[in-house]
Write a protein that binds this ligand. Structure first.
Ligand code: AMP
Ligand code: ZN
Length: 477
């Protein structure tokens, strides 16, 4: 397996610290709102990586945090007149629902900053003792950036270039810093903000320290892989390295993986630009696995542009896979037992080729785009050999081989090859689906009276609606 390592800017053969095991930390979201589909990209990418490495036999310990103390959370809490904790608890739950919809498996540990304050105080104290950090007059603790010789090694920035860039950046408290490059480890409390006691002042941690502390606590001083979106390379990951390596004297992470941005009109999707769609919104329009599949149509390091057209294409491509999955499942029920013909045996053996192509692509820095091409080769072969235009039914062993192989490869990508179809069989299905769409539109327009009327009229016809995260489902009572 080759991984592009941001630290060395090269694709490197992956060699774990302990044979057969992987320790991995992925920086998670700041929880103050529903996550947008840009935030979902690292989740899907690194979940896919985790699934693939497990398929290759590794035991992966996967840790991903929730940043639950932050200016944006505090602002949102003040707007709503509730505590920051109420905001973060709410959006952690919502984020977990979105992850489940996208079939992103929960991490082994989801640590939260506010539950790890003691560890942060310990690490900061150690950094002060070693001269890597200092306390300013008002109790703010800063990391002494120039005390770490290797600062800049991840982002490939040179300290003096940074110095010039930062001169423009005047932030409050700036005048207390020994050097503009120093960054905050602990800051004093302000009115209306959550705070914790510390040896320096009542206050709260800076953002970067949480990941250094949680990675060390749950995975150890040196881990195999640290990951996140490319916007985290600088300063977040650079600062994490400085804090961790000055604490332990050891290398913090061997491999640094960063996903490219999900863009809209070639601009990064972000909350601050307002050009975002939440996962929730997209999942109202599409089966969540279409979004998952869409993310996998590109290799993770490049930018990925989001558009309705590309989502439609992803939907249709995925349908080719699920249609084949459904066809194979059905064929299995009636396929004759018995020995394979020579041609069937050749087709059976040929499936190994697709598995190999899939793995070769994934081994090349998780090239899911090429891995999907290998799945389509398999689908094409299955369609030709199991459903011959004329001739006899394929033997069961071949159908089963196609079905199992397709299920395995799609499963590594976290996709289901057989989707439940409820509509279609009922002669009134189309009309009912149409009414459901009208009701959704009415709700969107806040015309709740109309929405309720549609529901009640359907109920009067014996049709019960159920609103789920995947959309509205219906059944006959
Ligand atoms: P945040 O909540 O902004 O800290 O982001 C959580 C994760 O989502 C981080 O790994 C970010 O790098 C990532 N992320 C945020 N926006 C995007 C985007 N438009 N494309 C890809 N990744 C993103
Ligand atoms: Zn982090």
């Amino acid at each position: 397996m080759k991984i592009f390592n941001t630290l060395t800017r090269r694709k490197e053969e992956f060699v774990p610290i302990e044979p057969g095991r992987i320790s991995m930390y992925v920086c998670g979201p700041t929880v103050y709102n529903f996550i947008h589909i840009g935030n979902a990209r690292p989740m899907i990418v690194f979940d896919t990586f985790r699934r693939y490495m497990e398929y290759r036999g590794y035991k992966v310990k996967f840790v991903s945090n929730f940043t639950d103390v932050d200016d944006k959370i505090i602002r949102k809490a003040n707007e709503e007149g509730v505590s920051s904790e109420e905001i973060s608890v709410r959006y952690i739950e919502e984020c977990k629902k979105d992850m489940a919809a996208l079939n992103v498996r929960p991490a082994d540990v989801h640590p939260q900053a506010t539950k790890e304050i003691d560890g942060m105080i310990d690490m900061i104290s150690g950094l002060i003792d070693k001269g890597h950090a200092y306390v300013a007059a008002d109790g703010t603790v800063y990391f002494r950036t120039r005390s770490f010789d290797e600062y800049g090694k991840l982002s490939h920035k040179n300290l003096d270039d940074l110095r010039t860039g930062e001169r423009e950046l005047k932030v409050s408290g700036e005048e207390q810093k020994e050097d503009p490059l120093d960054f905050v480890l602990w800051k004093p409390k302000k009115e209306g903000e959550p705070s914790w006691p510390s040896p320096w002042c009542d206050g709260r941690p800076g953002w970067h320290i949480e990941c250094s502390v949680m990675s060390k606590k749950y995975l150890g001083e040196t881990i195999d892989i640290h990951a996140g979106g490319e916007d985290l390379i600088f300063p977040h990951h650079e600062n994490e390295i400085a804090q961790s390596e000055c604490t332990s004297g050891k290398e913090f992470a061997h491999y640094w993986m960063h996903n490219g941005f999900l863009n809209i009109d070639n601009r990064k999707m972000s909350k601050s630009l307002g050009n975002f769609f939440t996962v929730r919104e997209i999942c109202e329009k599409y089966d969540p696995q279409v979004l998952r599949f869409f993310m996998q149509t590109a290799q993770y390091r490049g930018p990925l542009n989001f558009s309705a057209e590309l989502m439609e294409q992803a939907k249709q491509s995925l349908e080719r896979i699920t249609t084949c999955g459904g066809m194979l499942k059905e064929a299995l029920e009636t396929a004759p037992e018995g020995a394979l013909t020579d041609a069937e045996q050749a087709a059976f053996d040929g499936t190994q080729e697709y598995v190999k192509n899939f793995c070769d692509a994934m081994d090349d820095d998780l090239n899911t785009a090429d891995a999907i091409t290998a799945i389509f080769e398999l689908v094409r072969a299955a369609n030709v050999n199991v459903r011959p235009v004329s001739g006899e039914k394929a033997h069961k062993a071949l159908v089963a081989q196609y079905y199992d192989t397709l299920q395995t490869l799609a499963g590594i990508l976290g996709l289901f090859i057989v989707t439940e179809k409820t509509e279609g069989e009922d002669p009134e299905a189309e009309e009912i689906e149409g009414l459901i769409a009208q009701r959704k539109e009415a709700k969107k327009n806040k015309d709740f009276a109309l929405a309720d009327k549609i529901r009640d009229d359907l109920l009067a016809r014996g049709i019960v609606l159920e609103d789920t995260r995947e959309g509205t489902k219906w059944k006959r009572a």
